[in-house]
Design a protein around this ligand. Structure first.
Ligand code: IMP
Ligand code: MG
Length: 182
């Protein structure tokens, strides 16, 4: 039986994989002749980065960063704290930030400022999902998988209170589940 908190499926597993294959082609073409340092933002982007990396034909390294933004369960406050920093230096490297979802843009704005100060050769963003209608600050997203309406989504890395990351698709929560969490 399906979890009663899970509502409509927004993006099916096969649609995710098809789009990620296209992103892999596009990114590989753009970075031809260069190496990529992927900065995966934990934990939500883990499933996405694992699938995306397998579609890249240019040399790449991966490093991980964990940030937490203070706020309620379903809204970020823009005050960001680094929980886990990168293991290595990004100086002189072509950084590709891989994110699960850009909502207000506040987390990414902080992250880009922070990483830019470390002297990378270039810095671009690849986000699987974006909710343009919720944007509070402008952030440059070079590669986007899918646009979502203003609904809280879970699955394929996205959580509600750390659950549902393992779903192979992206789904909306039911209104009752959102009300209970916020
Ligand atoms: P922002 O700072 O508002 O752009 O939010 C960024 C982070 O909030 C994302 O990286 C997610 O971790 C989380 N987030 C935003 N919207 C959703 C959602 O619909 N489902 C799950 N997590 C979300
Ligand atoms: Mg995230």
């Amino acid at each position: 039986m399906r979890d009663p908190n899970i509502g409509e499926i927004l993006i099916q597993a096969d649609e995710l994989q098809a789009r990620i294959a296209d992103l892999g082609v596009e990114i590989s073409r753009d970075y031809e002749g260069r190496e990529i340092l992927i900065v995966c933002v934990l934990k939500g982007a883990v499933l996405f980065v694992a699938d995306l990396m397998r579609q890249l034909t240019v040399p790449c390294e991966v490093d991980f960063m964990a940030v937490s933004s203070y706020g309620s369960a379903t809204r970020s406050s823009g005050v960001v704290r680094i929980l886990k920093d990168l293991d290595g230096s990004i100086e002189g490297k072509n950084v590709l930030i891989v994110e699960d979802i850009i909502d207000s843009g506040l987390t990414l704005q902080y992250l880009m400022r922070n990483l830019r100060s470390r002297g990378p050769a270039s810095i671009e963003v690849c986000s699987l999902l974006t909710k343009p209608s919720r944007r509070e600050v402008e952030v440059p997203i070079r590669y986007t998988g899918f646009e979502l309406p203003d609904r809280y989504a879970v699955g394929y890395g996205l959580d509600l209170a750390q659950r549902y990351r393992n779903l192979p698709y992206v789904a909306a929560l039911t209104d009752a589940a959102i009300a209970a969490a916020s």
